[in-house]
Design a protein around this ligand. Sequence first.
Ligand code: PLP
Length: 407
Amino acid sequence: MENKFFEDIRSDFPILNERVYNKPLVYFDNGATTQKPRCVVEKIDYAYYHLNANIHRGVHFLSQQATLAHEDARKSVAEFLGSNKSEEIIFTRGTTEAINLVATSFGEAFCKSGDEIVVSVMEHHSNIVPWQMLCERKGMKLRVIPMTEAGDLDMDVYKSLLNERTRIVSVMHVSNVLGTINDVAEIIRIAHEKDIPVLIDGAQAVPHIPVAVVKLDADFYVFSGHKIYGPTGIGALYGKEKWLNAMPPYQGGGEMIASVSFEKTTYNELPFKFEAGTPDYIGSTALAEALRYVSEIGLDKIAKYEHDLTTYATERLNEIDGLKLFGTSSDKSAVISFLVGKIHPYDIGMLLDKLGIAVRTGHHCAQPLIDSLGIPGTVRASFSFYNTKAEIDVFVEALKRVVMMLS
Ligand code: PLP
């Protein structure tokens, strides 16, 4: 029943019918980006054909319609994240820009020499480098939460890292390499005991599990539209009003001002203070459509289906001699990273590609994590609700062939 529902859903994604090297495409690179349902692509067309005019400044009809669509999209994002204040949603180019915004603005307002930032060993580069840059600018220190063999964060060490110098904790909700679903509610609770704010990188969480930022009590929560069936180039930052109001603007320009003179400029209110220049109002409109699409299916249903897929794939992969999984947490999302014997992950990825199967190989923008594991990288298969057990069978049989060729 459930399987039939998700099999039928494939017809919403025309690209899944593509053939590569004359083989049916098996797309297992959803952690990098997801494919787009027809309704999202059509929404982009519709917005350009019927709603295109620069927003906020126009008195004319089209501009008002485009403004309405953009601001409605902001409400959709707020609602999707479980917040009832749309002014706490800032549109960004994606997760990376959202973290850079916080690292720069929060850093400017609240950080000084000698302070510390806590991240984890499994972070994506986009949740490491902006903080490192802040540390370099201000003479601060980055402290790193280690993990266990299974790929769970070591909560005892985490607690011991927090002190009066800690200015912010910034960790991922779901690991893009290990699939671990971190206990972010507990991470936030522990930090808040010491009045330390927490940023959660939700890039790999929001497409797969229900998220409620207010319930979590996250201070900042960020994600990318393209990983949740939306267009590229748009994402969002949720930030508590009290922080966003106390932070200086990230970029200067049009839209983010209240008034400008050569003597003094005053800034606009939230959320516009953080959205300098013409925003991606077509992108936001299409992102709202993607969120509507996902919500209509239901994230509980998606999480359950993808969990079954991941369990099935794990069982089947374990049939392969010498295959080692990285990330065996009891609470895992739809990501499987592995190596087989001493075969280089790149070689496996190249040969799978020739068989029509798209996986990702390498360090997955998490070089410190890969280094800590002492490996050259992994092969990563990451699933979406449009993937099927039949595709996993094709993948496992192809992998067996590839391993035989390379051993
Ligand atoms: N954080 C995580 C956990 C990710 O997986 C990614 C992308 O793979 C990012 C951040 C960066 O996302 P973007 O490139 O869309 O800004």
